[in-house]
Design a protein. Structure first.
Length: 215
């Protein structure tokens, strides 16, 4: 059901269905590397699985954004950008409106954190609440970084895809906002793995597209 709901959002957003899978994969790899590097976050294998699964719902609030803004090919106006930003709170509110017994489910709690805070930044310059540093749950911190990396390396209606190397450089230089320094180190350490993994995804995507054209 999570996969279906997240793909509905992506269908409206004009993004590849691979975005959910990519964010899930990057989130999982980052968390695994993080627990090897530090015991600060006390994450078990079950926690890593839970956060990776919940990441699929990070943009569910975009279902409320008008198509004219969501799929606009050019730059957004200041007013349109403010509308886009509402998707974080909308997603969290959608989950908070579930029946009480469902709100208490660990998956829903983590998904709500991710929805609301995956656009917060480590220096406090994100949205919607301007959280700073470890005020941001680690689930949202990791999905934020995974989401940015995949957005950079993927083609969108408003941009071409950047290369793996260009994307890493932009993130590490702070061009995409501030992230947890420990997570940036983890990203560097898994960089080769990500490049290899996603080249496979791209080849698989091209193969599928070719098969569809033949049919």
């Amino acid at each position: 059901m999570i996969s279906i709901l997240s793909h509905i959002v992506e269908f409206r957003n004009g993004e590849s269905g691979l975005h959910i899978l990519r964010v899930n994969t990057i989130t999982k790899y980052l968390l695994k590397q993080l627990v090897q590097r530090t015991d600060q976050y006390f994450l078990s294998k079950a926690d890593i699985s839970l956060i990776s699964t919940a990441s699929a719902l990070h943009d569910i609030g975009k279902i409320s954004i008008p198509d004219t803004i969501l799929n606009k090919p050019g730059p957004l106006t200041a007013e349109e950008l403010e509308v886009i930003k509402t998707h974080a709170m909308v997603g969290a509110d959608m989950l908070s409106d579930l029946p009480v017994e469902q709100q208490e489910a660990p998956l829903v709690k983590v998904a709500s954190e991710i929805c609301r805070w995956h656009h917060e930044r480590y220096d406090g310059n994100g949205y919607p609440d301007g959280l700073k540093g470890e005020e941001i749950p680690i689930s949202a911190q990791v999905v934020a970084l995974a989401d940015v990396y995949d957005a950079l390396t993927s083609e969108r209606c408003y941009k071409k895809a950047y290369s793996h190397e260009e994307s890493l450089k932009m993130i590490l230089e702070g061009q995409c906002g501030a992230f947890n320094p420990a997570l940036l180190l983890c990203l560097e350490e898994i960089a080769d793995l990500l490049e290899s993994e996603f080249s496979f995804f791209d080849k698989n995507k091209d193969s599928t597209a070719s098969s569809e054209r033949e049919e």
